[in-house]
Design a protein around this ligand. Structure first.
Ligand code: 5GP
Length: 293
């Protein structure tokens, strides 16, 4: 092996930041295994979409199981003929089944936690949702909307962009868990993907406006409603004003709406102030694992 490549200070900082996020992701996952919220099969499922988890050592995961400890974890892997350096991405189907049998973890029907993130437009909900998607096993729902795509939005990633007709049909077929009108457009949460993720034991995040959040609470009383507030009102105003992607009329309408929305925090279970995205993300992960069910 040759000498390691010389990194610029910026590359080094990026690599360190990436490693830090990976460690946090792994720690969050181990906590959920420890709390018996996830089976090994579910962990493997999550690892298919998450590089940090795919590269985690099986030994590290097994050690996190309550009452296991390092010595027993090693002995177990040796008995099951799983190499101590094996990573999750390298486990075969039979090895997964053998681990499941030995560890007697809960079946794959455990229900995940439904978390609703709401708050005034412009407060930074979608930035939090994106960060959560990248740094945790949360399933982040992709909404349907009749709004036209902004220049930087991708179909199926940011939204499913529907015509009015298609949206009407989806309502008639009861395909939405909730839907609402906001600033002249309609937005809805496709029910199927959310229910599937919950059945698989994944925590789910809905990033939606306030009337939708109220509907979710009525339909799923055990959902956790989180209201995101800006650090100051001035900051929210400047963020809405600065949105180059909206027309002046739309910005004015959104500002008026935001004023009404700020008054609605009272029926939420938690209020978080969006001072730092990383902190909000960490709190959401913590809340979801503390309040399963
Ligand atoms: P934007 O047009 O800026 O992407 O979103 C406008 C508002 O609609 C935001 O407050 C966003 O949280 C909300 N929203 C996005 N998807 C949904 C949804 O599926 N249901 C509801 N009720 N609101 C949504």
């Amino acid at each position: 092996m040759g000498a390691p490549p010389q990194l610029t200070p910026e590359q080094r900082a990026n690599a360190l930041a990436k490693a830090k996020v990976s460690r946090q992701v792994r720690a969050g996952l181990k906590l959920r295994v420890k709390n018996q919220e996830l089976s090994i099969a579910q962990v493997i499922q999550i690892s298919h979409n998450d590089e940090a988890i795919a590269k985690m050592r099986v030994l590290e995961l097994v050690e996190s199981i309550p009452g296991m400890g390092k010595v027993r974890a090693k002995a177990l892997l040796e008995r099951l003929e799983i190499s101590l350096t094996r990573r999750l991405q390298g486990l075969g189907r039979h090895q997964v089944q053998a681990l499941e049998r030995e560890l007697n973890l809960p079946p794959a029907t455990a229900s995940g936690k439904l978390v609703v993130l709401s708050g005034p437009g412009g407060v930074g909900k979608s930035t939090v949702a994106k960060a959560l998607k990248q740094s945790s096993p949360f399933f982040v729902s992709v909404s349907a909307t009749t709004r036209a795509p902004r220049f930087n939005e991708i179909e199926g990633v940011d939204y499913h962009f529907y015509s009015h007709e298609k949206f009407d049909q989806a309502i008639a077929r009861d395909e939405f868990l909730e839907w609402a009108e906001f600033a002249g457009n309609r937005y809805g949460t496709p029910r199927k993907a959310v229910e599937e993720a919950l059945r698989n034991g994944q925590s789910v995040l809905l990033e939606i406006e306030i009337t939708g959040a109220r509907q979710v609470k009525e339909k799923v009383p055990q959902a956790l409603l989180v209201f995101l507030e800006p650090p100051t009102w001035e900051e929210l105003v400047s963020r809405l004003e600065g949105r180059g992607t909206d027309s002046p009329e739309r910005r004015a309408a959104r500002l008026a709406l935001a004023q009404e929305e700020m008054a609605a925090a009272s029926f939420f279970d938690k209020v978080l102030i969006n001072e730092e995205v990383e902190k909000v993300v960490a709190t959401l992960i913590e809340l979801a694992s503390a309040q399963k069910g």
